[in-house]
Design a protein around this ligand. Structure first.
Ligand SMILES: C[S@@+](CC[C@H](N)C(=O)[O-])C[C@H]1O[C@@H](n2cnc3c(N)ncnc32)[C@H](O)[C@@H]1O
Length: 215
């Protein structure tokens, strides 16, 4: 039985000890509580009736925040490597009376048809994968997004000055990837017809970049 089991091919699988209820507890202690997920939802281009996919969804706090914001008039899909995370996401959805469509898998091999989603989001999950997986995921997102729809990458980024930058330095320095630190996602995404439209900091070291799929 593992804790944070490292699947060297695909990323960090938040298993038994680091997954589910414990994940939510640790995340809240690190400043990723309800307010953070509401800020993520507020940064997304949401519309009632849309179909949303959350990559590396964990316990699906992003999907639940999106659903609350759209008064449950949305179809939420979440994909993650970890059964522990998905199991707890399912129970959170049931408690909130929000129906979630959850899939076990890796974000660089998506089990969805071309042009099937209105919005794809990923929150602090790219930093848990390998560079190859991140690049594969971006190609897959472009394939499954409808034209003119959006992909939001929310991830650790080069920090701006802020109190939480100082307090959380050891945490986010460990989570930085070359792509996010050097702001490479706009170039990588453009190769898959995903064009940067907006970016904003959600925390002083977490940035949301919004890409539109060009038709
Ligand atoms: C730090 S958690 C973030 C969870 C959630 N998005 C959030 O904002 O709370 C990272 C998640 O990514 C998942 N993960 C890591 N590599 C993955 C991959 N290749 N495909 C899908 N999920 C992956 C882990 O199992 C974990 O649940």
């Amino acid at each position: 039985m593992g804790g944070l089991e490292i699947n060297h091919k695909k990323g960090n699988n938040f298993g038994w000890f680091f997954g589910g209820k414990h994940y939510d507890l640790f995340a809240t202690m690190l400043g990723f509580g309800r307010t953070y997920y509401e800020q993520v939802a507020a940064a997304l281009p949401l519309q009632k009736g849309m179909s949303v996919l959350d990559l590396g969804c964990g316990t699906e706090s992003v999907g639940l925040a999106v659903s609350r914001r759209l008064e449950n008039d949305v179809s939420i899909h979440g994909l993650d490597l970890s059964s522990t995370q998905l199991g707890y996401a399912f129970s959170k959805g049931a408690r909130a009376d929000i129906s979630l469509n959850l899939y076990k898998g890796t974000m660089d091999m998506l089990p969805f048809a071309d042009s099937s989603f209105d919005l794809v989001v990923t929150s602090v999950a790219f930093c848990e994968t390998t560079s190859d997986v991140r690049k594969g995921a971006i190609r897959e997102v472009s394939r499954i997004l409808k034209d003119d729809s959006y992909f939001a990458i929310v991830d650790c980024a080069k920090p701006i000055l802020g109190l939480d930058t100082v307090m959380m330095l050891p945490f986010f320095m460990f989570k930085e990837t070359p792509e996010s630190w050097n702001n490479h996602y706009p170039d990588i995404c453009r190769e898959s017809d995903l064009v940067l439209e907006n970016e904003e900091y959600i925390k002083s070291y977490v940035k949301c970049q919004l890409f539109r799929k060009a038709d």
